[in-house]
Write a protein that binds this ligand. Structure first.
Ligand code: FA5
Ligand code: MG
Length: 360
């Protein structure tokens, strides 16, 4: 039986993903080669991008329509591939070097040492090329261990396409391109758009390395690929201020959107302010911010809006102390002081016991 916090989602123990039946015990195990928490298993089957009335589904359909109209149905669309893949598919096949940080347990969810929750839909690329697909869009949820703020989520819906133009969707938003590095493309670029007074990265792209194409029997071709976070684009298009709102089942949210309605602006229903709590501790060698966020998320779920490092100093004995500020906030209702104090108390307790840091 899954242990869930009293405010969290209902208990599920079996999912069907892309035609495959997956039990909770196949994904979440008490085993050093596994770092998938229950909270992630519970979200695995949600497939927001396959819901026609959901902002993510509406956006996906609009992008599909755009491709159908402009590339005369040339693109094959796959949106139901199982997110559980091998480390070979997720890393080796797309030329991620053996020592690349994205392979670490700090950055990726491992089911066991050979199996991960895909970090990108590119994990399906080699197989699709081998199966003879040349133009394709893969939509699916992808999983990263990451820090917490209003534009980052532990998993998000990603795209991979072979195409050259995308301006159409962004309209007249201010944007710029940045040169960057990815192991699988060269040259590589990122696109940022200006949103909520900050530059926000919305996609990475580039020309696929020839080695990848050669390995899939596509020598002599040129491929253009990109990966786009649908949430971030949907935040701009629908005026949705916080990424957690996509996972809300509150009717005041879901009733605002309907099939094929792309231009609708979200009307906020929660004016509940965030409540801030601080905590300081002496870190140890194995401490990482992602591990801290995992613990906080494990306790507070979607009630945590942001975890922010606000102070960092090293004393004359070489010990480093860090202070974090946690913002608690529900998108749906007002949290009581009692609830917040209990969350914070549990966070402190687990940060101490799981991360072995010394609280100050
Ligand atoms: C990449 O940056 C490259 N793999 C993109 C790529 C694809 C390059 C194909 C070349 C060819 P990454 O997953 O880090 O992948 O980010 C892709 C997009 O996902 C980002 O631009 C952003 O829109 C979104 N994204 C990244 N992290 C998060 C997160 N924590 N929460 C929500 N969206 C995110
Ligand atoms: Mg990136």
């Amino acid at each position: 039986k899954i242990q869930t916090h009293k405010w969290r989602q209902p208990v599920v123990s079996l999912l069907e993903l892309g035609g495959v039946k997956i039990g909770r015990d196949d994904v979440v195990r008490d085993d050093p080669t596994n770092n998938v928490p229950d909270a992630i298993f519970l979200k695995l089957g949600m497939q927001l991008h396959r819901r026609d009335q959901h902002p993510i589904g509406i956006l996906k359909n609009a992008i599909y329509d755009y491709f159908n109209a402009n590339y005369s149905n040339k693109f094959d669309k796959l949106d139901d591939l199982c997110p559980i893949v091998s480390t070979k598919e997720n890393f080796d096949d797309v030329l991620v070097p053996p020592d690349h940080i994205s392979r670490s347990y700090n950055d990726t969810y491992y089911i066991d040492s050979q199996t991960v929750l895909r970090c990108h839909t590119r994990a399906h690329q080699a197989e699709l090329l081998r199966r003879g697909h040349t133009h394709f869009l893969v939509t699916g949820d992808v999983y990263h261990r990451d820090f917490i703020d209003s534009t980052h989520y532990l998993f998000f819906i990603r795209w991979k396409v072979f195409v050259s133009s995308f301006q159409h969707l962004f309209g007249n938003v201010e944007m710029h391109w940045i040169d960057t590095y990815f192991p699988f493309t060269n040259p590589s670029f990122e696109l940022e758009i200006y949103c909520q007074e900050k530059w926000l990265e919305v996609l990475g792209c580039g020309v696929t390395e020839q080695e990848i194409l050669q390995k899939s029997g596509k020598t002599g071709n040129v491929a253009w690929a990109f990966g786009l976070g649908l949430e971030r684009l949907a935040m701009v298009l629908f005026g949705i201020p916080d990424i957690r709102l996509f996972w809300s089942t509150d009717e005041r949210l879901t009733s605002q959107f309907s099939k094929d309605q792309l231009g609708v602006k979200f009307k906020p229903f929660s004016k509940y302010p965030p409540c801030y709590k601080g905590m300081s501790f002496w870190i140890n060698e194995s401490f990482t911010e992602n591990n801290l966020c995992e613990v906080v998320r494990g306790v507070a779920g979607d009630f945590v809006q942001e975890v922010q490092l606000i102070d960092n100093f090293t004393n004359n004995k070489g010990m480093t102390s860090q202070c974090y500020r946690i913002a608690y906030r529900s998108m749906e209702r007002s949290l009581t002081d009692e609830e917040i104090n209990e969350l914070q108390w549990n966070v402190r307790e687990q940060v101490h016991s799981k991360l072995k840091v010394v609280l100050r």
